[in-house]
Design a protein around this ligand. Sequence first.
Ligand code: MLT
Length: 267
Amino acid sequence: MANVDLAFKEDGPGAGPAVVLVHGFPFDGRMWLPTAKVLGAAGYHVIVPDLRGHGKSPVGEGAATMEAMADDVAGLLDKLAIRRCVLVGFSMGGYAALQVAHRHRERLSALGLVDTRAEADSEEAKAGRRTTAAAIREKGMQHLVDTMLPKVTGPATKAKKPEVVEFLTRMVLENSTDGAVAALAGMGKRPDMRGKLSGMGLPVFVAVGEDDVITPPDAGSRMAHAFAMSSYELIPGAGHVSPLEQPEKFHKVLLEWLGAVSPVRRS
Ligand code: MLT
């Protein structure tokens, strides 16, 4: 499948260690911009792509498979002449990041997996994605705002941070139905990666919101245990979108891990 030329944003000094932040569904790179700012200020060269069919990136042909998304990210690294990076993927971005680790292992120095899982979809989950895709075609992205978004944030965020829910709602509504339908088909086809994790030979960071009901903590901790070199963080007070729901806690643990696996060299 032909690569798609991804839209992207950057933060931080070009000479810093490269960190690529990959968003989830049905969001775009904007979900990572607060994190990009924090990492950029700490001296990292941060690259935030919009995956195919999301944000400002074209959708490409057919299902947006995790393999195709991974190849797009590798193509972006080529374009930016970045030989190796730390790749951090959130949820669907984590599924794609696992494919980068599998298909383009030489491009990674470390891997961050945030509110995501290594398992493939069950038959029931695949059928659910087909139903969702049909409903999106009929009703547009409002369908995801009505059905998915209530499950995305945790109780603490709903009670105390309405601005996070508003931001996510706006982002969903501004994303395209074609992109969402292609991504649903792609996620439904994704392979089970559990048997591949221990052989990846990468330092891995796994973080998951304590109240995440979409990719729950037990899936995250099982995945973390399957890697040979992993660090596991449970983020209290967060649902599925821990980087936006508990940014201070999330950024603290992410920066600590980055400092260990890919430190910024000060001259
Ligand atoms: C995401 O947040 O990227 C999606 O909820 C992942 C999924 O639907 O499996």
